[in-house]
Ligand binder design. Structure first.
Ligand SMILES: Cc1cn([C@H]2C[C@H](O)[C@@H](COP(=O)(O)OP(=O)(O)O[C@H]3O[C@@H](C)[C@H](O)[C@@H](O)[C@H]3O)O2)c(=O)[nH]c1=O
Length: 366
């Protein structure tokens, strides 16, 4: 299906995942010949995440009024954001006037929990208000064939295959024998434990992403671990090399995950990218006040078929077990984690990607 007009709505709660996922979706729609209006209340992160924009994608401020030409063929509210009643009324008008009714979709957060399969593609008919008579459809990303799948560009494997890992590492000053570890996290309780471990090993290069991860690392190094000598070069026992990276565009962020031997990722989008990268990873899940993220983390680890040491690492990293539960990062352990990631990636590659499924769904419901 090509040439549809899409309105994609994104409210940024905090961090970068809301806009990060919406941008990937918008850019992929644009690449497949669709026209996208990405409406957001905070486009600031796109300045570094997508500085060049993308063909077919227009980024617009959150609308006070619906656009003069009415809604697109497909309207997507990402992550339960609520569009204005006036826009909903314009969907209702278009549904009456047009031969092809707009399809209204609520794109949900990613989870491996069982409710996702049960709720994926369920309708939510509106009985009252400006949208009375309309149906909004729930679309759930997920890890299994009975969900909406994950975002995966058609050329991702080819780009990954053509990636020059050695050149990337040399450009970033990583010694050939070093264990390169990327750090994208919130404030993990076991960060000091990780840094202590890495500082006691030989040839480790830690790459800290900007923002909360870099701040958390700096705090740990200043407060808890002043004894760890940080040197710009590797080679001496007990020395840890640290690079503080600048914010980079999404494709460069992906390359960092491909280049490292172990990735610490967080939230939603970088978790998916870590799976595609095929390297060992540890996920810092977005914490929720009611601890709902505990069940979500366990469901993901079950789906991942995480070996015991990887499960322990996740529990320690997310504060569900004491920091000392973080396993030693021996080569055999990392090898086991890599095998687990690759097996998971193989399972996922058999399934249709999110955009293909979303296009099919929109076609079916229009
Ligand atoms: C550090 C960095 C990140 N990124 C991108 C990668 C991702 O698209 C995005 C980060 O998003 P995530 O990995 O999802 O992590 P996050 O923690 O930033 O986002 C989170 O925000 C919360 C509000 C949501 O509820 C969470 O589910 C989650 O999405 O930033 C870059 O492109 N360049 C960079 O240099």
């Amino acid at each position: 299906m090509s040439g549809l007009r899409w309105d994609l709505f994104c409210q940024v709660i905090d961090n970068f995942g809301d806009i990060g996922v919406c941008w990937r979706l918008a850019a992929q729609l644009g690449a497949r010949g669709h026209a996208v209006r990405l409406w957001t209340d905070d486009a600031s992160a796109l300045a570094w995440m997508a500085p060049g924009g993308a063909p077919g994608v227009q980024v617009l401020p959150w609308p006070a009024q619906p656009p003069g030409d009415g809604p697109g063929d497909v309207v997507v509210e990402a992550f339960g954001c609520e569009i204005a009643p006036a826009f909903i009324a314009s969907i209702a008008d278009a549904a009456r006037a047009r031969a092809r009714k707009p399809v209204w979709i609520n794109l949900e957060y990613l989870s491996a929990e069982g409710y996702v399969e049960r709720c994926h593609q369920l309708p939510s008919p509106l009985g009252t208000g400006p949208g009375a008579g309309l149906t909004r459809w729930f679309f759930y990303p997920g890890f299994t064939p009975r969900t909406g799948g994950l975002l995966r560009e058609p050329d991702l494997a080819a780009r990954h295959g053509a990636f020059d890992r050695g050149a990337w590492r040399a450009r970033h000053g990583i010694a050939p024998q070093a264990l390169a570890v990327s750090l994208f996290c919130y404030e993990p309780p076991a960060l000091a434990e990780l840094v202590r471990q890495l500082g006691a090993a030989q040839h480790v290069h830690l790459l800290a992403t900007p923002g909360r991860a870099a701040a958390a690392l700096r705090a740990v190094l200043d407060r808890d671990l002043p004894e760890i000598g940080l040197k710009p070069s590797l080679g001496k026992r007990g020395q840890l090399s640290v690079s503080y990276l600048p914010a980079c565009p999404q494709p460069a962020f992906d390359e960092m995950l491909w280049a490292c031997d172990l990735n610490f990722v967080r939230g939603e989008d970088s978790l998916v990218r870590a799976l595609w990268a095929g390297q060992p990873f540890v996920w810092h899940i977005y914490p929720q006040h009611d601890d709902a993220h505990h069940a979500k983390l366990h469901a993901f680890l079950d789906w991942l078929q995480a070996p015991a040491s990887l499960r322990r690492a996740h529990l320690a990293w997310n504060g569900l077990a004491p920091p000392a539960a973080l396993p030693a990062l021996q080569p055999a352990t990392l090898q086991e984690w890599r095998a687990c990631t690759l097996a998971a990636r193989n399972r996922l590659i058999q399934q249709a990607d999110l955009l293909t499924q979303l296009l099919g769904f929109a076609q079916q419901k229009s």
